[in-house]
Design a protein around this ligand. Structure first.
Ligand code: FAD
Length: 243
């Protein structure tokens, strides 16, 4: 399906709010009032991040839905020994300004593509999937059914945990968690990596859905292999790798 491209804009966004998501993850909310910026759910922007006299350019998926017009949200997870991600999670203050350019990317979902969605993410790979879920909820797309399979190492690292609980109460959205390294004593989700059995138990009519996978490259490749083993056509699988 050929989609009309959204025009690429370059603009300065001022940080108006910083949300602590997890011990290693923050959401920066940028004021974009008056800026004619539009995007498809799943796309990303390039952010210029000043770092020790240089400007680093880094890709960040858009977390807020396109229905939210006055502000833009990016969620950044600090990576070990990272440069930009450390600046963005530890040094940024309300009032700081950043050059933002976009939107970019073909990891896009619009309702015309299909209405049975399986979103599979790990860690910060939730971000474009959350944009899709927020879009489904805010645009009241009740004919769309979405299941999120979300993998994290630890309970404390689940990004958007409370909002995901709220989304899970909607009749057309289902959230399934797995924790791979530790879990609280009363944990009701899965433990261990997403595997064939988990997908067989959680996903109905496996070959007929549209799949959106996002996370580290190895995670995305592993899940894509599981899905093709289970009979999903490659054309039904969209991938975004955070390398
Ligand atoms: C299309 C796209 C969208 C992205 N969206 C997001 C997003 O929404 N949120 C987000 O937090 N990140 C996202 N990323 C990753 C982001 O662009 C940066 O790569 C990340 O913030 C690390 O940058 P850095 O300067 O801190 O690390 P660098 O200084 O570039 O790297 C430092 C070290 O960390 C390793 N490393 C780099 N990235 C990762 C990673 N993701 N996981 C583990 N180790 C890593 C490197 O191999 C290196 O050893 C996205 C990437 C792409 C390509």
């Amino acid at each position: 399906m050929e989609l009309e491209k959204k025009p690429i804009r370059e603009f300065v966004g001022k940080v108006i709010r910083i949300i602590d998501e997890t011990p290693s993850t923050k959401t920066l909310v940028f004021d974009i009032k008056g800026i004619d910026f539009d995007f498809y759910p799943g796309q990303y922007v390039m952010l210029n991040v000043p770092y020790e006299g240089e400007i680093l350019k880094r890709a960040y998926s858009i977390a807020s839905p396109p229905t939210q017009k006055d502000s833009l949200e990016l969620t950044i997870k600090r990576v070990p020994n990272g440069k930009a991600s450390v600046v963005l999670t530890e040094r940024v203050k309300v009032g700081d300004e950043f050059l933002i350019k976009g939107p970019y990317g073909k990891f896009i979902w619009v309702p015309q593509m299909g209405t049975n969605l399986i979103l599979i993410g790990a860690g910060s790979g939730i971000v474009p999937l959350m944009c899709i879920l927020r879009y489904i909820a805010s645009a009241k797309l009740e004919h769309v059914k979405a299941t999120l399979l979300y993998s994290n190492t630890h309970y404390e690292e689940i990004i958007y945990r409370e909002e995901l609980e709220q989304l899970n109460t909607l009749s057309n959205i289902r959230i399934v968690h797995t924790l791979t390294r530790s879990h609280p004593p009363n944990w009701k989700g899965y433990t261990g990596r997403i595997n064939h059995e988990m997908i067989l138990r959680e996903v109905e009519n496996i070959p007929t859905n549209l799949y959106y996978l996002c996370g580290p490259p190895q995670f995305v490749d592993d899940i894509a292999n599981i899905l093709t083993d289970l009979g999903v056509d490659k054309g039904q699988i969209k991938k975004e790798k955070y390398d």
